[in-house]
Write a protein that binds this ligand. Structure first.
Ligand SMILES: Nc1ncnc2c1ncn2[C@@H]1O[C@H](COP(=O)(O)OP(=O)(O)OP(=O)(O)O)[C@@H](O)[C@H]1O
Ligand SMILES: [Mg+2]
Length: 161
């Protein structure tokens, strides 16, 4: 599969029995904006493959990132394997402000998309200053309807839900 930059570089140098098939645009799991995707098709080699594992494969609201993730391979792998365990339901990333906790969490979420049948959602709670808004904000991100902001939305009652 090729990005437009690679396609530009190789298109005039392909052997006669090879061509690039335009597969349309999709968002890959690096969370960067949608990419034009090309498949290299070569005579006598298989040309049909299962659908690409893209961000469109499961419900999610993961925000596109403007820049690629640098490093963090070990942290992403550790967090993914912890969250794949049946006995782990909550994983907290802690560290000084601006060190990349949210960015790491977003990449972990993208990498785990295939693990969670119902998808993966990002809920930004940082802008929330009113505790009563927590449940409603989560519900909005999950597109759950029928939750009204009332006594049930008190934070202390969350554990009962
Ligand atoms: N590994 C990385 N590669 C590229 N960019 C990164 C990486 N980690 C963080 N960034 C970028 O640095 C900025 C700060 O990261 P982020 O918001 O994830 O930090 P944070 O720890 O969640 O901060 P806060 O404590 O304020 O919530 C963001 O623009 C993010 O995209
Ligand atoms: Mg953050």
């Amino acid at each position: 599969m090729h990005s437009p930059a690679t396609q530009e570089l190789v298109r005039d140098h392909l052997p006669p029995d090879a061509e690039l098939r335009d597969m349309g645009t999709d968002r890959l799991k690096d969370l960067i904006r949608p990419e034009q995707i090309y498949q290299l098709v070569v005579a006598d080699l298989p040309a049909s493959f299962p659908p690409l594992q893209t961000l469109a494969s499961r419900p999610n609201n993961l925000p596109a990132q403007l820049t690629p993730l640098i490093g963090r391979e070990r942290e992403v792998a550790t967090a993914c394997s912890l969250l794949r365990r049946d006995d782990v339901h909550l994983l907290t990333l802690s560290g000084p402000g601006g060190t990349g906790k949210t960015r790491l969490a977003l990449q972990v979420a993208a990498d785990l998309l295939d693990t969670f049948t119902h998808g993966v959602f990002f809920v930004a709670l940082a802008p929330i200053s009113d505790p009563h808004m927590v449940l409603t904000t989560i519900a909005q991100a999950l597109e759950v309807v029928g939750i009204s902001g009332g006594a049930d939305c008190q934070p202390e009652s969350l554990s009962a839900h």
